[in-house]
Ligand binder design. Sequence first.
Ligand code: 4UV
Length: 538
Amino acid sequence: TGIYHSLIKLGIKHEIPTRPDLNTANFVLSQFPQAHLAEARIAFIDARTNLSVSYGELRRSIYSLASALFHGLEVRKGDVVFVLSPNSTLYSTICLAVLSVGAVLTTANPINTATEIAKQVHDSSAKLAISAPEELHKLVPTGVPTILTSHCSDGNMLSVEELIKGCCTSPELPQVPVAQSDTAAILYSSGTTGVSKGVVLTHANLISIMRLLLWSADVSGSQDDVFLAFIPMFHIYGLVFFGLGLLCVGVTTILMQKYDFQAMLDAIQKHKVNNLPAVPPVILALVKHARKATCDLSSLRRVGSGAAPLSKEVALEFRRMFPWIELRQGYGLTESSGGATFFASDKDAKAHPDSCGKLIPTFCAKVVDIEKGKPLPPHKEGELWFKSPTIMKGYLGNLEATSAAIDSEGWLRTGDLGYIDENGFVYIVERIKELIKHNGYQVAPAELESVLLSHPLIVDAAVIPVEDEETGQIPMAYVVRAAGSELSENQVIQFVAGQVAPYKKVRKVSFIDTIPKSAAGKILRKDLVSQSKYQLVS
Ligand code: 4UV
């Protein structure tokens, strides 16, 4: 039939529940370590301040904040709450309290610019924002009512910290009926084309992905693990692991506000971290610099890599240098609530260094011929399509983009070219969608093109990815200047840098007479990609 099914069956315990009243928050809380002693287990440690939070404290904070949001701030079912914060010990509390009252979570990269943030506040129709004090200035112009995460000495704004302290401890969550088909989160992704869109994830989506994470943790016996989190919780990868899912497993997570190579090594050594979900640039940095750095990585047992392709050479070198560490690649998308493939054993991962694993349980896949639209047999390259209970409901308020992404039978088009071998291992060959990934972060060419076109001396523009060893890809702009203009590469770079978050900066510019386009006016990016390769070598 051309359909690949995950060959791994879930046990009864991990099957997707049908209880209609279960929401993401009471699901996570129902999985917390239950016994009295287990309440003292540490859930989070802030790597910078050493502040720790036990599972018992976390549960009480979630109850208190949920009560304060519901009774005090009148946050109601369906209200969108915008969270703007780096990783912190409060992040999960905020997410779970918001979800528990049936409100909808939307998250953003705290280094986004005020304009980017305003766009998301507007697009998601946020009713309330919760902001780290240092990012507050970006929310003020939007006029959205805002509370801070932690108390800030200058000013009299409410903070989550105070709400938790001030609220008489509530013994339970406010009783808000939430259906699993209700929206839980709106995360932003550009999908296969265009600008960032709101990916609507339901409670059923999030509960399903957490069940799968729980199942894989049970398989590998992770309950006593110590994880390190620099992957941000605003992104699906960090949200599912650190914000929600690992709390179901009962592990301890050491939190870093942002990635820093030396701070990461120090934290691994100090806290005897054994699990490190990472991205390819971090694996490369370990291969290149760990030998020279003074560090003890002997506690590490497993390192994960996802969000962008990991080169086979780097993977092999990593295993040679750190033979005691399992390296497991995974692959996923915001649109599939995170992971779609994974390795269940190190033996499999070792034997397939260029694969990103097998379909996770409950997933089906098709590899579809790009020209003919027909499903392909093993080893043949085509676009990967997925079906699973974790696939998003659609893009917020955008039926056209939704039906372009998900067909009438529920198949999600990934925009990734790959193949599946006869044993079910999945290989990603190339990204065919427009998306650029810089250090694992999404950069949408269409967004940069619209910034470029707002320059009075730019007549037309197209942005494409250029491969980069350290960061994966960098955005490169092809620019058509107005007649007689002497606009320089540096001026273009500075112009864009002034308007976008640092990870989205255009880092190379080439001037061109016309942008190649199809008869329908679509930018022929492939032509520009070939041209850029020629330019870089000639
Ligand atoms: O939407 P997004 O930014 O989402 C992600 C999610 C990555 C995750 C999440 C949970 C996991 O457990 C895990 O292992 C990985 O990145 O970007 C989706 C696109 O990123 C590329 C691919 O083009 C997706 O469509 N991508 C993600 N992982 C890989 C990858 C990979 N291992 N190899 C190649 N490309």
